[in-house]
Structure formats: C-alpha cells, structure tokens
Design a protein around this ligand. Structure first.
Ligand code: HEM
Length: 400
C-alpha cells in the first residue's frame, strides 16, 4: 500500500497513528519522497540492526543518503560546499574510522563518574530556576521558565562559558530553538552562537584550563575549526533534546498521578522512570536516524541494496509490541532501558548520562518543591511543534 511520509503527531503522548499500521505491515516499509524512494524501519530489532550495522553510512555525502530525498531538487555544489564547511567537527555525520577520532577524545568527558561530579551544579541550577518561578507568583510556563533554560546553563557549566557571557548565550540559544515561526531569526541566532564559540575557543587556546574545552585543546588532536564544530555539536545535540523532554516529561507525570505517587513513595525508581519517559516520548525520531546502505544486505527479510536510503522510525521502534509489553501504556516500573531513544551503535548518544542526570534532578526537584503543580489547559490546547527534527511542545502552562 502506498504510504504518505512524513506524518505529523496528533497527540503529545503518542507517535503518529500511522506508525502502528506500518509496524504491523512489515519491519521495513518503502515510501516515495520528492527526491526518491526510501526505506522506513518500523521495529526495534531491525532499528538496532541498522543503527549498529556495518555496510550502513550516516554521512550525508554518501550517494543515496535520504537527507536529500526530502527535497525535490538535489543541492547545488555551492550549497553542498557551504554545508560541508559549517559541519566541520560535527562527528554525528561521520562514519568510522573518522568518527572514532572525535568520539574517543570525548568519551572520558561523559563517563558516569564525570556526571556524578556535575550533579551538584545541575542541582544548583535547577533550584535557582525553581526559586525564580516561585518568586514570580503562582503560575509559569514550563518550556520557557524551566525546559529551555536548564540545558543551556548546564552546557555553560560543562564548557566553562564565563559567567558574564551566560545571559547572551542563553538568550541566543533560546532564540535559536524557540523561534518556531521565523526560521531566519533562528538561523541568525545559530550563526551568533557559532561566532561566540569561535571567540571562546580563540580566547582559551593560549592557556587551556582543566575543563572539557581545555582538555580537548591540550590533546592537540583537533584543529581550531574542528574544536568549534565539536562544541557547537555538543550544544545543539544536548540542548533542544533535553529542553523538549523535561516539560513533556513533567506534563506526563502530572497526567499520571498514580505513577507520580509511585515515584514519591519510591524515589529510587526515578532512574527507571526517566528511561520510560525517554521511550514513551521518543523526541528524536527519523530525521536524526538517516542512513544509507553502502552494500547489499538483508534487513528484516528484506533485501536493501547499496545506495538505498533508510530512515529509522525511532518513535515506532520504541512502541514495538515485540519488545515492550503494552507499549502505549506509560509505566514507570517497566525496565525500558533497551529503548532506542538515545539511538544505538557507534552514534549512540554521547551525552546520555548527562541527559539522564538532568532529567532526574529536574523532575524530582520540581515535584518535591512544588507538590501542587498542575497543568492549566486541556491536552488539546497544548501547542505542539510541527515538523522539526525534535518533537516537543511550544508551551506547557502550569500553576500551583
Ligand atoms: C533527552 C536528551 C537527549 C536525547 C533524547 C538524545 C538523543 C540522541 C540520539 C537519538 C542520538 C543518535 C543520533 C544518530 O544515531 O544519528 C544522539 C547522539 C548524540 N548526542 Fe544526544 N540526546 C540527548 C541529550 C544529549 C546531551 C545532553 C548531549 C551532550 C551534551 C548529547 C550529545 C550527543 C552527541 C555528541 C551525539 C552524537 C554521537 C556520535 O555521533 O557519536 N545528547 N543523541
């Protein structure tokens, strides 16, 4: 049957309803896009096979990459050159062995031990944001007041952005990520952030300190442009994802008081709840999971030929009834850690320990300090983001 793609979400708590039908039909479904046909991967086992497999490329320069299939016309050589220049150091788009050069340098920065050291800082930032909300009265909008600010301040701490620059940094990241209706404002803010990071690297290079950026400089393994690209990637990859997850997660817990009560009674269940929230919402879906086959291979009983594009439907794989019992139910007690909300294989989220720590501290503290927190509008009135690469809500009005 011909499939329409992409399809929009119609509910903040569920992937597009079409995903379930496609997943039932087959693990791989073929769709026609303006620039050519692409495979969609609908189930968890095949999603993991594609994301961890050899003979699969994520590099947009690889012939047949589906990134271009969304546009009717392929990009001009000038457009490609501009995109290539902008993407220096963005190792999320590189294949092994090139990818490993960057990843190896960064892994020690994101260990569980390093995240333990960051926790008091995350707690302080969370408390300050909640103090501000409480000081302003008895209502707030969670995306603006909490979701967007938290990861931006945490990343400032991680990168060692000087205190006096934080306000600039925060306002630009907010503009870059929350200007839904004006892509030009968002693009301009991105360029300003990139320039700011370029200046930061230039300032630190002569005397690198004992922080993430300092250690990367001292390794002597990255050029100036690669350094700027790497920290830009950390900022972008770590910001909108967490910024969208935190308000969505808070909303979900407010709508499931029984689950929230379980967490209040058993705070040791928070880490498990965070993984269930990540699975349930799967804010990163197919746009990030763009791949192309670099050799003929069989996936889920289907022959995929060299040069054919693939999108993994992460939000569908995380609701696969073959891997999760009652997948549409939100259940903080389920062990959901085998989800692909952080991807799988060589590109699996580098910042996942940081993201888990941020979500756990933010949500636990929010519900501890504001026990009467409630959403003030019905679900149908919560404005959802449209076609962006990362799903989220534009606003979550709350009161207490
Ligand atoms: C809830 C929060 C987050 C979610 C849902 C998320 C999700 C993901 C996913 C799905 C991927 C894999 C993309 C692919 O396979 O192509 C990924 C990669 C990545 N993430 Fe995250 N992420 C989150 C937070 C963070 C944070 C806080 C950071 C760092 C500060 C971060 C840094 C990265 C980086 C650098 C990569 C690329 C890894 C590589 O290519 O080796 N992410 N993330």
């Amino acid at each position: 049957m011909a499939q329409t793609f992409p399809v929009q979400r119609t509910c903040p708590f569920a992937p597009p309803p079409e995903y379930e039908r496609m997943r039932e039909d087959a693990p791989l479904v073929r769709v026609s896009l303006p620039g050519g046909d692409v495979w969609l991967v609908t189930r968890l086992a095949e999603a993991k096979q594609v994301l961890s497999g050899t003979g699969i490329s994520t590099n947009p320069e690889t012939p047949g990459h589906p990134h271009w299939a969304l546009q009717p016309e392929p990009p001009t050589p000038e457009e490609r050159a501009a995109m290539r220049a902008f993407a220096i150091g963005h190792f999320i788009d590189l294949d092994p062995p090139e990818h490993g050069r960057f990843r190896r340098l960064l892994i020690p920065e994101f260990t569980v031990r390093r995240m333990k050291e960051l926790r008091p800082g995350i707690q302080r930032i969370t408390d300050e944001l909640i103090d501000d909300m409480l000081a302003k009265g008895d209502e707030a909008e969670l995306v603006e007041a909490f979701g967007l600010a938290l990861p931006s301040l945490v990343i400032c701490q991680l990168l060692g952005v000087p205190y006096e620059d934080r306000e600039f940094f925060q306002s630009r990241t907010r503009q870059a990520l929350s200007n839904f209706d004006d892509p030009d404002v968002s693009r301009a803010a991105m360029m300003e952030i990139r320039e700011f990071l370029d200046g930061l690297v230039t300032k630190v290079e002569p005397q690198p300190g004992d922080d993430l950026l300092g250690r990367l400089i001292q390794s002597g393994q990255l050029t100036h442009d690669e350094l700027v690209g790497v920290i830009f990637l950390l900022l972008v990859a770590g910001h909108e994802t967490t910024a969208n997850m935190v308000p969505l997660a808070a909303l979900t817990l407010m709508r499931h008081p029984d689950q929230l009560a379980t967490l209040r009674a058993n705070p040791d269940k928070w880490p498990m709840a965070v993984d269930e929230l990540l699975r349930y919402h799967s804010v990163v879906d197919w746009v990030a999971f763009d791949r192309v086959a670099t050799e003929d291979q069989e996936i889920g009983g289907q022959l995929v030929r060299k040069g054919e594009g693939i999108f993994v439907l992460g939000a569908s794989a995380n609701r696969d009834e073959r891997a999760f019992e009652r997948p549409d139910e939100f259940d903080v007690g389920r062990g959901a850690r085998h989800h692909v909300a952080f991807g799988y294989g060589v590109h699996q989220c580098l910042g996942q320990n940081l993201a888990r720590a941020e979500m756990e501290i933010a949500l636990r503290t929010l519900f501890e300090r504001i026990p009467g927190l409630r959403v003030t509008v019905p679900d149908e009135e919560l404005p959802m983001k449209g076609d962006g690469p990362i799903f989220g809500l534009k606003a979550v009005p709350v009161a207490w």
